[in-house]
Design a protein. Structure first.
Length: 161
């Protein structure tokens, strides 16, 4: 009986040490790389998160989107995770006096690193977000549908852990 009890306790400690929950539930902040863009990230469970973002792109356009990502622990560094996923975004630009209205809608992949500080409510992430434009109104740029320069450094204030 004692052997079974100690085995059960040992297994519970083993699984507790191997499993890691996310470091936070939700956080809000900004993305540097897209322009003046706000970001809200929330975890749906331990490993799956949504990053909802929007704001003003460097070119004066409005932009927004959402990325779904799956997070995996990097066990050698406490608080560091890597993630991958997919999402969608849009860009819209009105031009001078509303002329030359332009917009595009794209689907994206994403891959990145996510670090959460233990002592302060701060989360940092860096990602690469290659995008394929699936719809736009630019009749002169139908060939270059790939946008490989998207990505950002994001700093978020942790709302709750």
């Amino acid at each position: 009986m004692k052997t079974k009890f100690f085995s059960l306790v040992f297994m519970m400690f083993l699984f507790a040490s191997l499993s890691h929950a996310q470091d936070y539930k939700s956080a809000i902040g900004g993305k540097l790389g897209y322009g003046l863009v706000a970001s809200y990230k929330t975890f749906m469970n331990e490993n799956n998160a949504l990053d909802i973002f929007g704001g003003i792109h460097w070119a004066g356009s409005l932009m927004g989107g959402v990325n779904y990502s799956i997070h995996k622990d990097i066990s050698s560094v406490d608080g560091l995770r890597w993630y991958y996923g997919f999402g969608g975004n849009f860009f819209s630009y009105g031009g001078a006096l509303g002329l030359n209205n332009w917009f595009e809608v794209g689907v994206s992949g994403n891959i990145g690193l996510d670090y959460t500080f233990n002592d302060i409510p701060l989360n940092l992430s860096v990602d690469y977000v290659p995008t394929i434009v699936v719809f736009d109104n630019d009749e002169f740029d139908r060939i270059s549908r790939f946008r490989g320069g998207y990505g950002a450094l994001t700093a978020r204030y942790i709302l709750n852990r």
